[in-house]
Design a protein around this ligand. Structure first.
Ligand code: ADP
Ligand code: MG
Length: 588
């Protein structure tokens, strides 16, 4: 008899669980990531007994209909990739389709879900026992998904033995969630443990991005810290550092309040810790650390994330330059707003602030914006070259081909530039909308489109199919090309603009938008409306951090257009502050 046997499905799932599901926080991570992938704006996490007894994650995301609900716990079942090509541009957190079956194999699980905008008034609850479906029942539910995981590892004694006390497991979960609250401050979270609220944030649905982030800092470290934050904002050609640092008087004895995110992924980095130390060495006594929440945006080619199994550490191609930029960005945050008097700082047991930081000699006559932080950074850019000493804004910020000098970004919304002697502010979203709108118009005239390498199957359902039929001509003119199979379409081509989401998702969202606005619009307005919607949905948003190179390109594209002054909705894109106006304000 052959000795080799095929493993049964439950055993396969348990083996997979062994790799992914190590402890309660791993379950929380997988469930919360699924909620984020489903577009949730509100997520509630509840645990009992450190997650050993219960982990419950509820979201207001897309939800699942009965069919998807039954499929989601099948191994390698995922809605996130379909083709090999998708593998190379994954925008979601999960894609392997392994988490739910793995968790189900080592717990008792229930999933309640109701799809967003679904036809049925109720949702469904899927009951599982040891990863096989015991039954499905109709339940009343809000739109979204709730996953309940009970008795984790109860049937896997070897795993259970390795779990620590409830308090320790809970603190791992708190730690994971606090990083997430900072990196995705746009989402509202509540974390309850044994009936008590541990963390709770408001999210960014009604708040500006930086206020939502302050709010998250307050939830995690307390309002004393949230009130004492100074913005960090440094944009270079291919590199940006943004976020907050706490006042030099608000410090702790460990580095636990120091958070770094590289391209929005939380990492631990001794290099960045040291860069912050170096920045505050004359402000804070050794052994004390300010709170920092720093977001580093860098070209993906410049970081290697595969140096640590859990991807918690990264390696930078140009680590010296990153060190210098972060040090300079943090320093700049302190020297831009010196609030504390030396006496007050001394009273707190801190090194006195330098009264006036003397500018490095090369910059003595540079305008105020030409800042001490550019010196190390610029020299970092070209270590072999001796930099000419810039004397004016013109030299520090060379003009692009469009003639403007880009100085930076404000509020993650406005591009600040100089046009000769005039100061200019541009609305990045409105500017990009105009650029895309004009591009689409040209493409429409020339009948340009992008063919998808692999046509995409998109489930649109009956009601959207109707919308599709009503708008066929307009959508085709814009570059969409598809085959209709009554409720499912095979998408073959899309307009010539780059999308923020997958082509399928974009297509569905566009149809949804059209269905909501149907009727309210006369036929003649429809086509322009489609163009606006496409431009608006694909444009850079309020809240997006841009690098200098991105701003430069955007301004260049905009100024090449004849009608660059207003967006397609008619709102202004640019506002000027002339030299005279400025002089008047300073009573010169
Ligand atoms: P993956 O996230 O890798 O696709 P999972 O096993 O975590 O695999 O989930 C399987 C599928 O179940 C997902 O692709 C998604 O379609 C669906 N799903 C899981 N959780 C949710 C949720 N909270 N809301 C909506 N759909 C979900
Ligand atoms: Mg997942």
């Amino acid at each position: 008899m052959s000795r080799i046997q095929l493993l049964d499905q439950n055993l396969i799932n348990q083996i997979a669980a062994g790799e992914v599901i190590e402890r309660p926080v791993s379950v929380v991570k997988e469930l919360v990531e699924n909620a984020l992938d489903a577009g949730a704006t509100r997520i509630v996490i509840e645990i009992a007994d450190g997650g050993k007894q219960l982990i419950k994650v509820s979201d207001n995301g897309l939800g699942m209909d009965r069919e998807d609900l039954e499929k989601c716990i099948v191994r390698h079942a995922t809605s996130k990739i379909k083709t090999q090509e998708d593998l190379f541009r994954i925008a979601t957190l999960g894609f392997r389709g392994e988490a739910l079956p793995s968790i189900a194999s080592v717990s008792n699980m229930q999933i309640v879900s109701k799809p967003r905008g679904g036809a049925e008034p109720h949702g469904y609850c899927l009951h599982l026992e040891q990863s096989s479906v015991s039954h499905v029942e109709k339940v009343s539910a809000a739109e979204g998904t709730t996953v309940m995981v009970e008795d984790l590892f109860a049937t896997v004694p070897a795993r259970l033995k390795f779990l620590k006390t409830a308090e320790t497991e809970k603190s791992h979960i708190r730690e994971y969630l606090s990083k997430l609250m900072l990196s995705r401050a746009d989402v509202a979270y509540t974390f309850n443990s044994d009936g008590e609220t541990v963390l709770s944030t408001q999210g960014g649905q009604t708040l500006a991005a930086d206020i939502a982030l302050r709010n998250a800092v307050g939830a995690i470290y307390g309002s004393r810290v949230a009130r004492a934050l100074r913005p960090v904002d440094l944009c270079l050609q291919d590199f940006a550092v943004t976020g907050f640092v706490s006042d030099p008087t608000i410090v702790t004895g460990t580095r636990s309040g120091q958070n770094f995110f590289v391209n929005n992924r939380h990492i631990v980095s001794p290099l960045l810790n040291k860069a912050v130390d170096a920045a505050v060495s004359d402000l804070v006594y050794g052994g004390k650390y300010p709170y920092v929440i720093l977001f580093i945006r860098i070209d993906f080619a410049q970081v290697d994330v595969n140096v640590h199994p859990a991807k918690r550490e990264v390696r930078f191609a140009e680590s010296n330059r990153v060190f210098e930029a972060v040090r300079a960005a943090v320093r700049q945050a302190y020297h831009a707003l010196p609030q504390d008097t030396p006496a007050a700082a001394e009273a707190q047991g801190l090194a006195p602030l330098p009264t006036v930081a003397p500018p490095p000699p090369a910059y003595a006559s540079a305008p105020s914006l030409a800042l001490d932080y550019r010196s190390p950074v610029l020299s970092g850019l070209a270590p072999q070259m001796t930099m000419p000493e810039p004397q004016t804004a013109a030299e520090v910020f060379p003009a692009g081909r469009h003639g403007l000098r880009i100085l930076g970004q404000a509020n993650r919304l406005f591009i600040i530039a100089l046009d000769g002697e005039d100061l200019l502010l541009l609305d990045q979203h409105a500017a990009h909308e105009r650029v895309i709108y004009e591009r689409l118009k040209t493409a429409e005239r020339r009948q340009e489109k992008q063919l998808l390498l692999v046509p995409k199957n998109v489930e649109i359902g009956q009601s959207l199919n109707k919308v599709l039929l009503e708008n066929t001509a307009d959508l085709q003119r814009l570059g969409f090309e598809w085959q209709d199979f009554d409720g499912t379409v095979l998408l073959r081509a899309i307009p010539v603009i780059s999308l923020r989401t997958s082509a399928e998702q974009f297509f569905v969202e566009l149809l949804e938008e059209l269905s909501e606005s149907a009727g309210s619009r006369a036929l003649t307005e429809r086509e322009d409306y489609l163009l606006y919607t496409l431009a608006c949905k694909t444009a850079i948003k309020d809240g997006d951090v841009l690098t200098m190179a991105e701003m430069d390109k955007l301004v260049g594209d905009l100024l090449a257009l004849p009608n660059y002054q207003t967006c397609p909705h008619g709102r202004p894109i640019i506002t000027y502050l002339g030299r005279d106006e400025l002089a008047k304000r300073f009573r010169r």
